[in-house]
Ligand binder design. Structure first.
Ligand SMILES: [Zn+2]
Ligand SMILES: [Zn+2]
Length: 225
């Protein structure tokens, strides 16, 4: 088990590990933002850590929480963020039904939105892992949620059994090669800090083969039925 720890990734961006999925913390002129908030029961631990290591009182400066999707290890503390702070909670409308957050705090996304975080954060709908999965592209950093995760410093697909629609997950992961970014911040695994888009492009050749395999298999299944 990884102990809870906070590390800088690039200027103004930190990763908090050890609480389920990776939590990303961004502090810019526009205030404090979170991308994903980890597994349940940890809100006050997160507050204590930010106060201790960054001298930040979350409730004073937080503007928003962007959720890449509604799996429990990513949204675990979101009710606390909604109750304890003025943060708005951003999530794709197709994943929003899983959230226990007052309606007035929710901002429902469809993909394509641009939010003011360190300049501009673009929301990219990347369905498949869940129907409402989103990636966030911000200042040459791609936050990929669980559409692309990292294992042994390589971008890889999430496990098939955790995806609502694996074929669609592969298509979404491949479509993330269309963007330019230097850093990849995945939902699980360590961030890739340089030339991440090239790494993703390289990995996507493998993903295309997996897609072919998935398609062939489903055709074979259909012909048996
Ligand atoms: Zn996850
Ligand atoms: Zn997930």
């Amino acid at each position: 088990m990884i102990l809870m720890s906070l590390h800088p990734i690039v200027a103004n961006v930190w990763i908090l590990r050890g609480l389920g999925a990776n939590i990303y913390i961004i502090e810019g002129d526009e205030g404090l933002w979170f991308i994903d908030v980890g597994s349940p029961g940890n809100y006050f631990r997160i507050c204590d850590l930010l106060e201790r290591d960054l001298g930040i009182a979350i409730e004073d400066v937080i503007q928003g929480v962007i959720l890449t999707h509604a799996h429990p290890d990513h949204i675990g503390n979101v009710s606390d963020f909604a109750i304890e702070t003025d943060a708005k909670i951003y999530i794709h409308k197709k994943d929003a039904t899983f959230l226990d957050v007052p309606k007035r705090k929710l901002v429902l996304l469809s993909g394509g939105e641009e939010i003011k975080v360190l300049g501009t954060a673009k929301i990219i709908h990347s369905p498949g892992h869940t129907p409402g999965s989103c990636a966030v592209l911000m200042k040459r950093i791609l936050f990929s949620g669980d559409t692309i995760v990292v294992r042994n410093n390589k971008p890889v697909l999430p496990k098939r059994e955790f995806c609502t629609d694996f074929r669609q997950t592969i298509l979404s992961a491949i479509s993330l090669t269309e963007y330019r970014y230097n850093v990849l911040c995945p939902g699980h695994g360590s961030p890739i800090l340089e030339n991440a888009d090239k790494e993703v492009k390289l990995a996507s050749e493998e993903w295309k083969k997996i897609l072919e395999y998935v398609d062939n298999n489903s055709i074979r299944k259909e012909s048996i039925l």
